[in-house]
Design a protein. Sequence first.
Length: 143
Amino acid sequence: MACVPERSTDPFDNQAHRSNNRSMTRPETVRRIKSYSSATGYVYQYYFYEVLKTRRGLSSGNEYVYMVSRDRQKVFPVKIFVKGEAVGKWSKSVDRPLSGTEEYAVAKICLFQILDEVEDVEAHPDAVVDDSNLAGLLEKLDL
């Protein structure tokens, strides 16, 4: 006699092909909240939220999203779009690629510039890193 499992007529045993946790939500990521004292006099709290490979118009690149608060009550996104072609041109000019860590640092320096220079950040939450400002941001990183 061979060991063959019996077929059950119980409906719960016949649905083994379905996942038992299909509606389970993704676990929340623990965020490290940091403070930044800006030149405008505000002390902002911010944390890195995500990076997305995306396109804006005809340009492709990486969009770094930071969640920012001025009053610890309301949080809003600040998006820094780093154009891929600007990074590519810089890489060719110095004969080495810009690492992901260095690109993240460029986005963060750009965030600090926004917080220092823009009085109402929530009304102007987007910035672009392109040929016109990439070299200046990299200079602040000694690159």
